[in-house]
Design a protein around this ligand. Structure first.
Ligand SMILES: [Zn+2]
Length: 441
């Protein structure tokens, strides 16, 4: 780093400089004293912003000497704290989160691993707070990256940093929060397999637990992947009574009632051989290229912007209503919404399932047909027709597994197409029969 050498080169007495700053600060503080005379608010705000700019410049200038002392070991020798973060927390009383972000920025500037950030700070494009958020967003993404695809941490950090600084230059109003979100979106773009891995990990770690208390009460909690959250949310919503202004019941109580009602209904239909009727609605938007397995396409997202694993969306597709949604490339706005069509109507399902009593997985599986999903033997996206000959019952575990394997196969032979193809909207109306996969060994 350069230009942080005021304490040795200019000949100004550093202690006198601090004293002068103190005097100037007292002047500024007294200028904010007392009531605001009418008509001066705009002017005061301008002054506040100007003062803040000075504070920011001071904050930035203070990062370099501490980072240097950390690197040389002097920080530990002199202060007893071995890291910038620990020093800022214990000596300056900063919140751990803020100390960590500032420390990452300080170290990044010192080691010159954040050159675009340094440039943008110098130009006033970034505030110190924004630069610190950027440094920590980049660091988080470096830790989360797929190390097979991106073995070089510094190269990866540089990609994230370049993208974030570029985004901020383009849209100067970007907040710290949107910078953090942008870091996440960039990470997703650079690691297209992330939703798939998250889904797999969350599914492996899934669980539900009922804890009874002595007072005759209980606590129920469940955790798992994003796709199941969507199914569960949709199912619960379909059982939730609408809000009644005359006799208001809080939302959490109505959700509880929905859970009990849904469980009671499911229990009453335990031996039911009929295919489930339309109940829950999940709307997922997925680029056609992603659905058919072309690399580089944008991920599937729910209405709320939650990213879903492609394998899960593919597994849902046979039960879904597909609807073509055409976007205008220039404006990003939808141009046309096609007619919805169901892929596997009830009579086809009945025909196709007639020769099975359990999941048709080749390795054997005992999940009853009533809890299975209609699967296209030759994938829909590979020209498989929706006919009785091409449909088979698969439980949700094997449905997931089949499509996950298909996704992995495709990644080997993908073309480099840009993922700009028109998205499809899929809306599985059935929900997914619950419980099937939990019966697997
Ligand atoms: Zn199965």
């Amino acid at each position: 780093m350069t230009n942080h050498t005021a304490d040795t080169s200019t000949g100004t007495d550093p202690d006198a400089a601090v004293a002068a700053l103190g005097a100037a600060a007292r002047n500024v503080i007294s200028s904010f004293d007392g009531d605001l005379p009418p008509g001066t608010a705009a002017n005061t705000l301008e002054r506040l912003t100007a003062v803040h700019r000075q504070v920011d410049a001071l904050k930035l200038a203070m990062l370099a000497p501490i980072a240097r002392m950390e690197a040389s070991g002097q920080l530990l020798e002199e202060s007893g704290q071995k890291s910038v973060k620990a020093y800022m927390m214990h000596t300056w009383g900063l919140h751990p989160g803020e100390a960590e972000r500032l420390a990452l920025l300080a170290t990044g500037l010192h080691t010159e691993t954040l050159p675009h950030t340094a440039q943008a700070l110098a130009e006033g494009v970034l505030t110190v707070g924004e630069a610190a958020a950027l440094a920590s967003g980049a660091e988080r993404e470096v830790k989360k990256r797929d190390t097979n695809t991106h073995p070089d941490a510094e190269q990866y950090r540089s990609m994230i940093e370049t993208g974030l600084v570029g985004a901020k230059r383009e849209r100067t109003t970007m907040s710290v929060q949107s910078l953090t979100r942008a870091a996440n979106a960039l990470g997703l773009e650079l690691n297209p397999d992330r939703p798939e891995k998250n889904e797999e990990q969350a599914f492996t770690a899934r669980g539900a637990q009922m804890r009874r208390a002595f007072e005759g009460t209980f606590h129920f909690q469940a955790w798992g992947p994003a796709s199941d959250a969507e199914k569960l949310r949709a199912a619960l919503e379909s059982y939730t009574a609408p809000y009644d202004g005359h006799a208001p019941v809080p939302e959490h109580a109505r959700t509880y009632d929905a859970l009990v009602a849904a469980a009671g209904f499911a229990h009453g239909h335990h031996g039911c051989r009929n295919s489930p009727g339309p109940k829950a609605l999940i709307t997922v938007t997925v680029p056609l290229s992603t659905l058919v397995g072309v690399e580089g396409g944008a991920p599937a997202t729910t209405q709320d912007g939650n990213v879903l694993a492609t394998s899960v969306v593919r597994a849902m597709a046979p039960q879904a209503q597909l609807r073509r949604l055409v976007f205008d490339d220039r404006t990003g706005l939808p141009l046309d919404l096609g007619r919805a069509h169901r892929l596997a109507p009830g009579y086809l399902r009945t025909l196709a399932f007639a020769k099975h009593s359990t999941c048709a997985w080749q390795g054997g599986c005992d999940v009853p047909v009533s809890q299975c999903e209609a699967d296209h033997i030759t994938e829909f996206s590979h020209g498989g027709t929706t006919s009785a000959e091409n449909l088979q019952p698969l439980c949700s575990t094997h449905n997931r597994l089949k499509y996950r394997r298909a996704t992995h196969r495709h990644t080997g032979t993908r073309t480099g197409s840009g993922g700009k193809s028109p998205p499809e909207k899929t809306a599985p109306p059935d929900g997914t029969p619950g419980g099937g996969r939990t019966r697997h060994p």
